[in-house]
Structures are given as structure tokens and as C-alpha cells.
Write a protein that binds this ligand. Structure first.
Ligand code: NAP
Length: 338
């Protein structure tokens, strides 16, 4: 294993090599194929049933192909892994029921029938809210103002929306343009959405708002949902829903394994066939070379003495023979492995 990584990364540090045992799992033969299929179908990941793992696997393969470190065998294995993973997503319910907090938060907005042009305030522009933004866009919410301590990050995030705008977090207290939904997610240790600030944000608007707090500890002061008309969504509720959904996905894993058994069993025959095809690739050139030698060297004198119509006939016969001679071993070999 050490030699393998040294060959791949000649500059690899000794400290990394010393820890390879902890990070690297080594599989061989059918076991390796099975592992690849389980990774592709995302039943070997911390988050079961996440489709994006298949995309990541394909990207990794494409990158390695560009670097010239893959061959025909890996291509064959990855092609079948992609087919196997797609079958798992199509025929099991492993990818159903969202399990990320961000996705569940946006699903909650859908369940509350929030209009697509709702005015959404996104407070915080860290990783979690970036994911929330992704799901908001997927669900076609577009009217979003991002507030963040660092303005540049708010600007980056708001630029993703059709009607996005950005402000520094310090401007939230004086924001007077109204809102329908407020999603707070920062790493602040103290509440960011305090009673007084929320009161001022409302500008006397009495209508019920949706307030989602994804932060730990909470960003929305406890008195806010107590004193104002709010559909309040807390991270605890979303977390327990995520847990339930994960348990649902885990139940689908057995079903997925049965499908992967079938695909794993297909691989040896495909592999043998491909090896044979590669071996047989030399036949057309070899047969053609025999024909060329016959015409140019072995029977050259005799052919030179033929009249043009006889020569044309001989050439047609040789062309016919060439085609047939190429086909015979190919057909026989295919029949032998089926
Ligand atoms: N990662 C998860 O899977 C996950 C899931 C659910 C909930 N959460 C919770 O979500 C919150 C944010 O997590 P994250 O992963 O998005 O973190 P992150 O990527 O580190 O982003 C942190 C965000 O909080 C802001 N922030 C940090 N300290 C602040 C302060 N004192 N006042 C105001 N803003 C402050 C940062 O602003 P700057 O851009 O200016 O630094 C940034 O927008 C945490 O409470 C976390 O527990 C995380």
C-alpha cells in the first residue's frame, strides 16, 4: 500500500504514510467491486441515500481519467457502479425523505404554503445557510435578503438569487422593508434576533410570520415566539425529523443490498467479455496483414500476370475472405463465454 501511494504522490509526507492504515481500506477482486457499488449507491456513507455521492464518485473518476491513471478495467467497473446506483435510487426508497436540516427547513416552508415571492431574510451566510440557499433556489424562492457579519459573504450568497440583496448584520436593527420569513443561522453565542429588534423589524405588521432558527445555541430570543404571531421552527424539531427519516432510509438498505448483489454478480462476465474483446482487437489487423502479404509478396508474380477483370475478381474474393475470417473467431469467442 505504501508503494502504491508513493508511486501516485512522489512527494507524499512520511507523517501521512504513517497513518495510511487508519484512513485506507484495501479490497481485492469481487470485494473491491462490491465496495465500489456500495459507495456509489451511498449505502456505505455516513449519510445514507445521498444522491450527490454518485456525482462525487463520477467527478473523482473523471479527474483520475484526465490524469491518465485509470484504464479500461476501472472504466468498466465505474460504468456498472453507476448503473447499480441508479437502480438502487429507482427501485428503493433510499433517497426519499430529506435528512439535512437545511432541506427540511425549506420543506417546512413548502408545507406552510409559503408563496414563492415571500420576502425572506436570511441571517448568517455560513455553510448551513449556504445549503439553505441552495434548497430555496431549488424550490424557486427568489426574494431573499442576506444579512451577515461579514458583508462579502452575504453578497456572495445573495448573488445566487434572482432578487437577492445583501446587508451587514449591523443593518438588521434598522431594516424597515418588512418580511414574511426569517431564517437565522449563525454561530453567535448570544441571540441575534432579540425581542426589541424583532418588534422593530415588524413595523407594526400583525400578520403571522415564519421564523426558522437553525442555530445552536438559538439565535432567536425565547420571548420572540412567545409574544408575536409566529410559525416557529426550531432545530430540535428538524433534527428529530431528520433522525426519523434516516431510520426510514436505513430500512431500505437491505433492499438496496439485494439489488447490488445482482449487479456485483454481473461484473465477472462483463470483465471476461471485455478482456476477450481487447484480445480479439488484434484479429482484423492481423488478417489484413496476411492478405496484404499474399498480394504484395507471396503471389505478386502470379497476380501481375492476370488480366484486369481476373485481378478484380481475386481482389473481391480476398476482401470477402478477409471479412469472414475476422468474424469467425469473434463469434466463436463470444459464444464460448456466454
Ligand atoms: N453544519 C451543520 O451541519 C449544522 C446543522 C444545523 C445547524 N448548525 C448550526 O448552524 C450555526 C451555523 O453553522 P455553520 O455550519 O453555518 O457555521 P459557519 O459556516 O462557521 O458560519 C458561521 C456563520 O455565523 C456567523 N457568525 C459567527 N459568529 C457570529 C457572531 N458572534 N455574531 C454574528 N454572526 C456570527 C458567521 O459570520 P461571518 O461570515 O462574518 O464569519 C457565519 O455567517 C451553528 O449554530 C451550528 O451549530 C449547523
Amino acid at each position: 500500500m505504501t508503494e502504491f501511494f508513493q508511486e501516485l504522490y512522489p512527494g507524499i509526507e512520511d507523517s501521512v504514510l504513517d497513518q495510511l492504515d487508519e484512513w485506507v481500506a484495501v479490497y481485492q477482486g469481487q470485494e473491491a467491486i462490491r465496495h465500489l457499488f456500495e459507495v456509489a449507491a451511498s449505502i456505505d456513507s455516513m449519510v445514507i441515500g445521498e444522491r450527490q455521492i454518485l456525482g462525487q464518485l463520477r467527478d473523482a473518476y473523471d479527474q483520475c481519467k484526465d490524469w491518465g491513471i485509470t484504464g479500461d478495467n476501472l472504466r468498466l467497473a465505474v460504468d456498472l457502479a453507476v448503473q447499480a446506483a441508479k437502480a438502487v435510487y429507482t427501485h428503493t426508497r433510499i433517497g426519499e425523505k430529506p435528512i439535512s436540516i437545511a432541506s427540511l427547513a425549506v420543506q417546512k416552508l413548502e408545507r406552510l404554503h409559503t408563496p414563492k415571492d415571500a420576502r425572506i431574510l436570511l441571517v448568517g451566510a455560513g455553510q448551513t445557510n449556504a445549503l439553505v440557499a441552495k434548497f430555496l433556489i431549488k424550490h424557486r424562492f427568489h426574494n431573499v435578503r442576506v444579512f451577515n457579519r461579514t458583508l462579502a459573504r452575504a453578497e456572495d450568497l445573495s448573488a445566487l438569487f434572482e432578487h437577492g440583496s445583501a446587508s451587514p448584520l449591523s443593518a438588521l436593527a434598522s431594516y424597515r422593508e418588512g418580511f414574511d420569513v426569517l431564517i437565522a443561522c449563525t454561530s453567535a453565542h448570544e441571540p441575534v434576533i432579540r425581542h426589541g429588534l424583532y418588534h422593530d423589524l415588524l413595523q407594526g405588521d400583525q400578520r403571522e410570520k415564519v421564523v426558522i432558527d437553525l442555530s445552536i445555541p438559538r439565535n432567536v430570543e425565547a420571548a420572540v415566539p412567545r409574544d408575536f404571531p409566529i410559525q416557529y421552527v426550531e432545530i430540535e424539531g428538524l433534527r428529530s425529523l431528520a433522525k426519523e427519516n434516516l431510520a426510514f432510509r436505513e430500512k431500505e438498505v437491505e433492499h438496496a443490498r439485494t439489488l447490488l448483489d445482482e449487479y456485483t454478480a454481473l461484473f465477472p462476465a462483463q470483465y471476461r467479455q471485455r478482456r476477450l474483446e481487447r484480445a480479439l482487437q488484434v484479429i482484423p489487423d492481423s488478417v489484413r496483414a496476411v492478405k496484404e502479404k499474399a498480394v504484395r509478396e507471396v503471389f505478386k508474380k502470379e497476380l501481375d500476370s492476370l488480366d484486369p477483370s481476373a485481378l478484380a475478381l481475386v481482389e473481391r474474393i480476398l476482401g470477402y475472405m478477409e471479412k469472414k475470417c475476422i468474424g469467425i473467431p469473434m463469434k466463436a469467442a463470444r459464444e464460448a463465454i456466454l
